[in-house]
Design a binder for this molecule. Structure first.
Ligand code: GLN
Length: 490
């Protein structure tokens, strides 16, 4: 077996037992990157030299019997909107070209500084995390490792592609309306979006603050549980992070699930969900039943309003958040300095934001303007409460809710790029989770007739990451397809 075929937790054991060195593992990732990056374009910047220096240092410390942190030098791919000190962090936008943050994000401190993971580079994404395909990046798209004519999903497409192809062992992403779960589903890997407030957003470049959450993309459920244990908890630098006990998520995975009640919302299997996807997901539900879980029907009656509600809220928040990019405080300024200061600001923004980001700023500014605020923004907030209440109601009768993660498998590059509405509709099964602020995980549950992976979503009640990880782990072991490495071919 090649090193890249092992799970993160297995590699930790190998390093601990001195079967392999940290440097060997890191180099094997860079060999894989060398082989596949030309076809995938998962990364936008590498930190190869620094990574190698750190690997050598960790190996030396290990030899001398020093503690090197619980992640034992596992190579980590970071989404290009989570700040790494002195390393270019651009949100895949021209406007942040050359920006190097003066500090580390909370999650980077925990994973890299405290627990010894090695940052190997930043991954490609839709500009400012706005998208579902990673085609909206100023660096060009990432390609799906299962079929390079298809999109990897978005917006954390580079992170998902790097894990699916074996370029990296652990990855970070962010999820505002599905940006971890969509690419993890399209690339056949595990994507976890924690409860809003479970993980500090300090050092995450904001897209829509009331929805954004940092999470993980990994090869298996165990690795996600391991990362979540490390990155969860209260951070005084993020006032929305919650001071709630962090469970030992890895310890809860083995529990039998025969006492669990699992809800299947009929609305999540409605119009627009591909038949093949539905069939593969339904088969996985029977597996859960086989493991002893009780399957019941539940309802999320306001599901049909979620896409409209989500887009109104995220665009409103984005238009306000992105006001800070004027070329003066961050990033590049227009070379044409004619006119007054406002002319220069608006020219800078016009030249350096991509079309999707501009569209959202326009629409968000519109919905927040006097006269339209009540009609759109306030109304969306009210519907958000209804959606949240739907989930609260449903969780009175079940421990978790399951559904397809995405209504389809990965589509072709270019297929929807000129049809933003179609692209937005693909978020229908993921964005309700962000509107409610609850946790969800996606795991691969099979393949369609084109051999593209199908994602299975498990949604939990507030702060019940332990519960959904447990169900995900049991199902993963039962299905036993998670070890497949994507071939990186057409
Ligand atoms: N596809 C969604 C959007 O474009 C989700 C983005 C995200 O979660 N960052 O807004």
């Amino acid at each position: 077996m090649k090193l890249l075929e092992y799970m993160g937790y297995e590699l930790i054991e190998k390093i601990k037992n001195k079967d392999i060195s940290v440097q060997e593992l890191l180099e094997s990732c860079f060999v894989r990157i060398e082989e596949t990056e030309g076809s995938l374009h998962s990364f936008v910047n590498f930190s190869k030299e620094k990574a190698l220096d750190k690997a050598k240092l960790l190996d030396k410390d290990l030899k001398n019997g020093k503690k090197i942190g619980g992640l034992y030098g596992l190579p980590l791919a970071n989404k290009d909107l989570i700040c790494v000190k002195d390393f270019p962090t651009t949100c895949c936008s021209k406007i942040l070209k050359g920006y190097r943050p003066p500090y580390n994000a909370f999650v980077i401190e925990r994973l890299i500084e405290d627990q010894g993971a090695i940052h190997i580079g930043n991954t490609n994404m839709d500009e400012f995390a706005m998208g579902t395909s990673t085609e909206n990046s100023c660096y060009g798209p990432t390609y799906n490792p299962w079929d390079i004519t298809r999109v990897p999903g978005g917006s954390s497409g580079g992170s998902a592609a790097s894990i699916a192809s074996g370029q990296a062992i652990l990855a970070l992403g962010s999820d505002t309306g599905g940006s971890i779960r969509c690419p993890a589903s399209f690339c056949g890997k595990v994507g976890l979006k924690p409860t809003y407030g479970r993980v500090s957003r300090y050092g995450l470049v904001a897209f829509a603050n009331s929805l954004d959450q940092i999470g993980t993309i990994t090869k298996c459920v165990y690795d996600s549980a391991l990362m979540l244990e490390i990155i969860s908890g209260k951070d005084p630098l993020d006032s929305t992070s919650v001071d709630k006990k962090v469970e030992k998520y890895t310890k809860g995975l083995d529990k039998p699930i025969n006492k669990k009640v699992i809800g299947v919302p009929k609305e999540f299997f409605g119009e627009g969900v591909n038949k093949e996807v539905e069939n593969v997901v339904k088969k996985a539900i029977t597996k859960l039943e086989g493991l002893g879980a009780k399957i019941i029907s539940v309802s999320i009656p306001h599901l049909e309003y979620t896409v409209a509600t989500y887009y109104l809220i995220c665009m409103s928040e984005a238009s306000s958040n992105l006001a800070r990019y004027d070329g003066l405080r961050y990033g590049i300024m227009s070379k044409n300095l004619s006119g007054d200061v406002y002319d220069v600001f608006s020219r800078t923004r016009d030249e350096n934001f991509g079309p999707e980001v501009r569209r959202r700023i326009f629409l968000g500014t519109y919905t927040l303007s006097a006269g339209y605020y009540d009609m759109f923004y306030i109304k969306a907030l009210k519907v958000r409460t209804l959606i949240k209440n739907d989930f609260i109601e449903a969780f009175k009768n079940c421990d978790a809710i399951v559904s397809p993660t995405m209504p389809s498998t990965a589509f072709k590059i270019g297929e929807f790029i000129n049809d933003p509405l179609q692209m937005y509709l693909a978020d229908i099964l993921t964005c309700p989770v962000n509107l409610a602020g609850i946790p969800a995980i996606t795991i691969p549950c099979g393949f369609n007739s084109n051999n593209m992976p199908v994602g299975f979503q498990i949604i939990g009640d507030y702060f019940d990451e332990e519960g959904i990880l447990n169900i995900a782990y049991q199902l993963e072991q039962e299905l036993n397809i998670y070890r497949k490495i994507a071939p990186v071919t057409k």
